[in-house]
Design a protein around this ligand. Structure first.
Ligand SMILES: Nc1ncnc2c1ncn2[C@@H]1O[C@H](COP(=O)(O)OP(=O)(O)OP(=O)(O)O)[C@@H](O)[C@H]1O
Ligand SMILES: [Mg+2]
Length: 336
């Protein structure tokens, strides 16, 4: 895919700081944002801030309220209570047009007119946006999603993944400051998925803010500066590393060729090791506060004990481990 530079035009790169220190220039924010459908609360008291140029992942199980949140930010439905700032504009009945000018939403289902061609669909939406130079914009948007060769095909004749790409092209047409992508890679093959990832990367380089919902945790890990784990209420927000550290104690994994005859003698005297356990012969988990500081001392102690060391490394937790720990807790609570 080509860079969307020509679509978005270069903006200065964002200076992101640690979220705990307060984000610079929040371009997207929610304060006590709540949406109820009758008796059902889909989004409950959501508070979050997203900085300009951030790629922000919004993760949660089916029915968590992710699309409802996107639809509120996208001015498609009104919140029941609370407030929000979208592309720097307060969400409210009088500001819908101004917000929609500055953002774009790629919804879960592409919502294309199936009897119209790809170009006709994009012309229709460019017209609704009142965009000038629409044919150049359409050409560049199709190029950005590798669909130039299918421009005159009817959307009804396209596969699910190709329709998804047309929807993505539509989301690029208006040079948005904030792009909401609701599961943009659902149903895409690995090559098309990688192309979407590259597109998100280049949006980030041009300081476009991306609010991304996905069920693909490796995608969130790869693309997002920060993620929120959400299930009707916000469970946790941070960089994937911060979430790992908050939920899991840090540990070293040690493997030796043969079981240590007296592991206590090797590990107990080391100040850096808080506790240890062994799940199988020759395999040890050492709880430590700083793995890189503890590893050399552990290595020395193992060698002094005559052990044949196969590996010493920090225990790795994926974003999936973080997600499952939080969401499994929710399932447990629901079962009780
Ligand atoms: N228009 C509506 N009327 C009534 N209930 C709704 C409406 N839209 C959403 N809901 C309900 O709100 C809850 C959240 O739905 P939402 O579509 O936001 O979830 P989601 O996190 O996007 O899920 P998924 O991962 O399956 O896309 C669900 O229980 C859903 O049934
Ligand atoms: Mg959804």
């Amino acid at each position: 895919m080509t860079s969307p530079r020509s679509l978005a035009g270069p903006r200065s790169a964002p200076a992101l700081t640690a979220p705990s220190g307060g984000l610079p220039e929040p371009v997207l924010a929610a304060e006590h944002l709540t949406k109820c459908f009758g008796d059902r609360t889909a989004v409950d008291d959501l508070n979050l801030e997203v900085a300009r140029g951030e790629v922000f992942g919004f993760l949660g199980p089916n029915g968590a309220g992710k699309s409802t949140t996107v639809r509120m930010f996208g001015t498609l439905i009104a919140p029941t209570s609370g407030s929000a700032l979208v592309a720097g504009v307060p969400l409210g009945p009088g500001n819908g047009v101004e917000i929609r000018r500055r953002i774009s939403v790629m919804p879960e289902s592409p919502g294309l007119y199936l009897r119209l061609s790809v170009t006709e669909n994009l012309e229709l939406f460019a017209g609704l946006y009142g965009l000038r130079h629409s044919s150049q914009r359409i050409g560049r948007a199709l190029e950005a999603v590798n669909m130039s060769g299918r421009a005159s095909d009817t959307c009804g004749s396209l596969s699910k993944g190709l329709r998804q790409r047309v929807a993505l092209a539509r989301a690029l047409l208006n040079d948005p400051q904030v792009v909401f992508l609701d599961e943009p890679t659902a149903g895409l093959d690995p090559v098309a998925t990688r192309e979407v990832h590259e597109l998100v990367d280049s949006l980030r380089q041009h300081a476009v803010t991306v609010f991304l919902t996905t069920h693909r945790l490796e995608e969130a890990e790869r693309l997002c500066d920060r993620v929120a784990i959400f299930n009707t209420t916000l469970r946790l927000t941070g960089t994937p590393d911060e979430l790992r550290r908050r939920l899991f104690t840090r540990a070293l994994e040690v493997r030796t060729l043969a079981a240590l005859p007296d592991p206590g003698k090797v590990f107990d005297g080391l100040p850096a090791v808080e506790a240890w356990s062994s799940d199988q012969p020759g395999s040890y988990i050492l709880r430590v506060s700083e793995p890189s500081a503890a590893a050399p001392a552990v290595a020395r102690s193992l060698v002094a004990a005559g052990a044949d060391v196969l590996a010493i490394g920090e225990r790795q937790h994926s974003l999936e481990d973080v997600y499952l720990r939080l969401i499994d807790d929710d399932v447990e609570v629901e079962r009780r």
